[in-house]
Unconditional design. Structure first.
Length: 642
């Protein structure tokens, strides 16, 4: 094997072995479920029905979310067909060659919905993951050389969400999306250096169309070839003798767009058949909230933040800045930062920005290969510094070693000082549990989650609370409504302050620990101003209720409530448990973190806080709008008589 091929072989072999091991040890009972089940159905309908329509699929296969009768469309599939390209070959092979579950005498059509046949088909996601690593290496090698690129490919391939969707949650399309975006990045990076070649623009157009086929939001990548095209056009425009070249360049732009639309056309055809619009958002009008993105939460929330759960993104970000700092790579660095910013805005604008159940930050899948670019740039810079300055490499290694091992040693000192017996014969996890408790819990109690500091510290300074409060306030929000029907969900609109983990929602005169009063776990607020943080998912609260208990039985008191500085009223608390209801004037509440303040003259226990819609609730108007949209789509697709 040549020296040039060794780094790539090493990276692919290492990542491949880990992927195979993770796939073999997959603890999930099924690799096809949730969103992934409907994503997989694309492969089934193409291989077994030979069409892009799900009417028959939803009658033969289970339809757990009733998408055959969705509020705004019939027989709709919200997910893209692109990932199925990795699953169609094994599925078609099983149908042609024969799989025991598809033999004559069996319900072979239903067998292709769930069970061993689709379970084997979605293993194609593992191939998508490995191809992404390969693409990341190829791109990173251009900016930093082979061995830094190998490091970047291994780190990006193992320390992001990519291994989860390439080996565990196989039926989700994120590994395929990472591949599609990676192919586009590498293609664009190759041809941006020679923007006058016809095949370059055709290749970029086809690659972008494929990335969009994997996930429609990947269309934001069009900004890179657009900037490349405009820059070249401006250069040609300034050269009066290049009028013919400028005209040819305009033609290349049209050819690029034609390639994008050609490759993306299957998804457009499906949307036209399903909704009557080739570029429709089939989830409904509220799925994207462009005016209220949760940027800080999407990046730094302890519940689902990109940086908090994939810390490798911090050095990747430094690597992008390294690219910007060097003149030769500055355009590439700015391009990667631009895509990162745009992707963050789109992800943060999605209705459920936290991405429900799944690997945190999963919707940032387009950043897999750009992450490898950044890691390679950082590794290359450190390598250059080590070559120029004797002892630099040793100093970096020593600093990293101290940074990693000193907290462990300090936690060991603290745990032994608290009489934790490490001299006893016990399994290692039992010994380490106490040390890790000191290492993690003590740090968190003191300064919060360090990985979330870019968001938690500004939040703490603005609201006068501890950074660890960000753990709950900056994560999934209260007052949740279904994005299609605007139906309010009761459990997600209720905050139980008596639970220990809800400490972060309160500040001011509230006690840190919960107390049990009249058989109810509550949090007691002392006289003065008590504050409750309400991160509202839906902005238009109509009323807030508080279940309260006097700290001393039989003691009456008064409560003045205000939301975001606007007084809601004053109510009297009798000498027993009661529920107070405060009406919220229109325009007082908003998307994001609202602050409810309670001015108290006597101690009061607060159990639950509930947020309610104003009258009439938004479901009534939304039901009418949905009916109109559904009928409009039925007319456009010729299904109005069904």
């Amino acid at each position: 094997m040549s020296a040039r091929a060794q780094p790539l072989a090493f990276a692919l072999a290492l990542v491949g072995l880990v992927y195979v091991a993770l796939a073999a040890a997959n603890p999930m009972p099924s690799a096809v479920h949730g969103d992934g089940y409907y994503t997989y159905l694309w492969a089934r309908t193409i291989v077994f029905d030979g069409d892009l329509d799900f009417h028959d699929d939803y009658r033969v296969c289970p339809d757990p979310w009733d998408l055959a009768n969705a509020p705004v469309a019939d027989d709709v599939n919200y997910w893209n067909m692109g990932p199925a390209l990795f699953w169609i070959p094994p599925l078609a092979w099983d149908r042609v060659v024969g799989h025991p579950a598809l033999e004559a005498g069996t319900d072979w059509e239903r067998a292709a919905c769930l069970g061993p046949v689709p379970e084997r088909a979605v293993m194609g996601s593992l191939v998508a993951g490995l191809l992404t690593v390969w693409l990341g290496f190829l791109g990173a090698r251009r900016v930093a050389g082979p061995w830094p690129a190998a490091f970047a490919a291994i780190a990006g391939g193992l320390l992001t969400s990519l291994p989860y969707y390439a080996t565990t949650m196989l039926s989700y399309g994120h590994a395929a999306s990472s591949f599609g975006c990676g192919l586009f990045f590498v293609t664009w990076d190759r041809w941006r250096r020679d923007p006058t070649r016809t095949r370059g623009w055709l290749a970029m157009g086809a690659a972008l169309g494929l990335a969009m086929l994997m996930r429609s939001q990947n269309a934001i990548l069009a900004v890179l070839p657009f900037v490349t095209w405009c820059t070249t056009a401006w250069r040609l425009f300034g050269e009066s003798s290049r009028a013919r070249a400028l005209g040819r360049h305009v033609g290349l732009g049209f050819a690029f767009v034609a390639c994008v639309l050609l490759v993306f056309s299957p998804q457009m055809i499906y949307l036209q058949l399903a909704t009557g619009q080739p570029f429709d958002v089939s989830q409904g009008e509220h799925y994207m909230r462009w005016g209220s993105p949760r940027v800080m939460s999407a990046l730094f929330s302890t519940g689902a933040g990109l940086f908090t759960w994939s810390p490798i993104m911090y050095p990747a970000l430094l690597g992008w800045l390294v690219l910007v700092a060097r003149r030769a790579t500055r355009p590439l660095g700015w391009a990667l930062l631009l895509v990162f910013a745009m992707d963050t805005y789109v992800v943060a604008s999605v209705y459920d920005w936290w991405g429900s159940i799944g690997f945190p930050g999963r919707r940032f899948d387009m950043l897999a290969v750009p992450t490898m670019y950044g890691l390679a740039a950082l590794a290359g810079m450190l390598r250059r510094q080590a070559q120029r300055h004797r002892g630099f490499g040793l100093g970096v290694a020593a600093t990293l070693l101290l940074a990693v091992l000193f907290p462990w040693n300090a936690a060991l000192v603290a745990s032994i000082a608290k009489a934790v017996r490490v001299d006893q014969a016990r399994p290692a996890p039992m010994h380490w549990e106490a040390v890790f408790h000191e290492l993690g819990h003590g740090t968190w109690k003191g300064v919060g989650n360090p990985l979330a500091w870019p968001a938690s510290i500004p939040f703490a300074l603005e609201h006068g609370t501890h950074p660890r409060a960000w753990d709950v306030v900056g994560s999934q929000e209260l007052f949740y409504h279904d994005h299609q029907t605007l139906e309010r969900r009761g459990p997600e609109s209720t905050l139980e302050l008596g639970l220990g983990w809800t400490e972060g929602y309160v500040a001011g005169s509230f006690q840190r620990d919960s107390t049990r009063l009249e058989g109810r776990d509550v949090r007691v607020a002392a006289p003065g101003r008590a504050r409750i943080f309400l991160p509202l998912h839906w902005p238009d609260a109509g009323a807030i209720t508080l279940e309260v208990v006097p700290a001393m039985a039989g003691q009456r008191s008064r409560v003045r409530a205000a939301l975001n500085g606007v007084t809601l009223g004053v109510q009297t608390v009798p000498g027993a448990r009661t529920t107070l209801r405060f009406e919220v004037p229109a325009g007082v509440s908003f998307h994001g973190i609202n602050e409810l303040t309670l001015d108290l003259g006597r101690p009061l226990g607060v159990g639950s806080v509930q947020i309610f819609d104003r009258d009439p609730p938004p479901t009534i108007e939304q039901r009418r709008r949905n009916a109109e949209l559904l009928e409009e789509r039925r007319r456009a697709t010729g299904r109005s008589d069904e």
